[in-house]
Write a protein of this length. Structure first.
Length: 257
């Protein structure tokens, strides 16, 4: 199932069930798991390990060198999980040092022209819509949704099940379960996403209570976090509080219309 025009390095490790389309290039240190489908004009390079049942549409460039002027020629790595979908012209870069990898989890959806920079970590079931840009060393939590042309600054964290509106930008950490608009502005909780994910009404109520205590009380952040820990309960609340408490870049602020 390899097209006659595809170029496959003899050193590449391909499962026998892999399908490769016309004019694609698979370089020496690539590993492709069972059931992967490589569309036309795809280039997969670098020390790149790809799990089972990933699909790459036309023009993807996966595992190329990081866009970092400090990078030399080290054999850095890109690790990709299973059942991810990469639409047209997605780019994912390998890491810039041997001590870290660029890592993508499983069941993610990378829409056309989205980009994941070096050393970034993407969780599971993340959706990057068209044109989303993830800078180097950024971290995107499980179930996050980034709408079209949203951008994430280097070293920033986007928490689990957070949402970024189209053309939004973040240079601070975006807490889990929240919705972001504009630049570094939050506008509440991702209530619909939480409900669809099966979290109970009480869990959502406790999370809302914690959100108000942390971001709307007007207290100093240290005092607000202590109050939220004392007055609110639940796993979601703990995740929110711990995320805010461990932030190194600072946290997005609640904004009113």
């Amino acid at each position: 199932m390899i097209h006659s025009t595809a170029i496959i390095h003899p050193g590449a490790q391909l499962h026998e069930s892999v399908r490769i389309g016309p004019y694609s290039v698979i370089d020496e240190h690539v590993m492709l798991g069972a059931g992967c489908v490589i569309g036309p004009h795809v280039h997969i390079t670098g020390h790149t390990a790809i799990g089972a049942e990933n699909r790459f549409h036309t023009g993807c460039v996966i595992g190329d060198a990081p866009q970092d002027i400090k990078y030399g020629v080290e054999p850095t790595r890109l690790i990709i999980g299973e059942r991810n979908l990469f639409r047209e012209h997605v780019t994912v870069h390998r890491s810039n040092t041997l001590g870290e990898d660029t890592r993508l989890g499983s069941e993610n959806f990378f829409m056309a022209n989205s980009h994941v920079g070096h050393n970034a970590i993407i969780g599971n079931k993340v959706i990057l819509a068209n044109g989303v840009l993830i800078a180097g060393h950024a971290m995107i939590g499980d179930g996050a949704f980034l709408a079209g042309n949203a951008v994430v600054h280097q070293f920033c964290r986007v928490g689990a099940m957070a949402m970024m509106q189209g053309c939004a930008g973040v240079s601070l950490d975006l807490p889990p379960f929240t919705i972001m608009r504009g630049i570094n502005g939050m506008c509440g909780l991702n209530s619909v996403g939480l409900k669809r994910a099966g979290f109970s009404a009480e869990e959502r109520r406790q999370l809302k209570k914690a959100y108000h205590a942390i971001f709307l009380s007007g207290d100093l952040m240290k005092d607000a976090l202590e109050k939220a820990r004392a007055d609110c309960s639940g796993v979601l609340t703990e995740q929110l509080i711990d995320f805010v408490a461990t932030s190194q870049r600072g946290i997005c602020a609640h904004t009113r219309r």
